[in-house]
Design a protein around this ligand. Structure first.
Ligand code: 4NP
Length: 153
């Protein structure tokens, strides 16, 4: 089983959206025996909170339900559990590289849009600030099938 960990700052917008989109893809491709994804925060700020209403509304518009999710901060056990850690922006990468218990864990940390030709180095901007939840969805929906293809080699 490959374990994919999605991480953003608050774990109420981007990473729970990524988790729901990725796990839906895994189900649709009948790969549930090979892949599983969860999501966590770099910050404890939103711990226990459900996804942002804008994230829930956007996910519902695309037929996905992320309402059961609750935010929690990353732990050392999450670094250990993960095979791949997919993050949304450069501050997520920097925070995780600082927090990683080992060099091997640091090497797991990837920037989500790096998988898309022409989008390398781009951030998925925080919709908590931009309110562009649909743009977040579209960026994730473009990148995550490419991640699943790349990891399913
Ligand atoms: P996320 O969005 O990292 O995509 O979940 C944010 C949610 C909450 C905060 C920042 C970003 N916050 O500062 O509380």
């Amino acid at each position: 089983m490959q374990h994919v960990l999605f991480v953003c700052l608050g774990n109420i917008c981007r990473s729970p959206m990524a988790e729901a989109i990725f796990n839906d893809l895994v189900e649709k491709r009948q790969l549930t025996d090979k892949f599983t994804a969860i999501s966590v925060a770099t910050s404890p700020e939103e711990e226990g909170n459900h996804p942002h209403p804008g994230a829930l509304k956007t996910m519902r518009a695309h037929g996905l339900d992320a309402s059961q999710h609750r935010s929690r901060p990353i732990t050392a056990a999450d670094f250990e559990w993960a095979d791949t850690i997919i993050t949304m922006d450069h501050s997520n990468v920097a925070n995780l590289q600082r927090m990683a218990p080992s060099a091997a864990d640091r090497d797991k940390v990837k920037l989500c849009l790096d998988i898309l030709p022409g989008r390398e180095g781009d951030a998925i901007d925080d919709p908590w600030y931009t309110h562009k939840f649909e743009l977040t969805y579209q960026e994730l929906a473009a990148a995550l099938p490419a991640w699943l293809d790349a990891l399913n080699q």
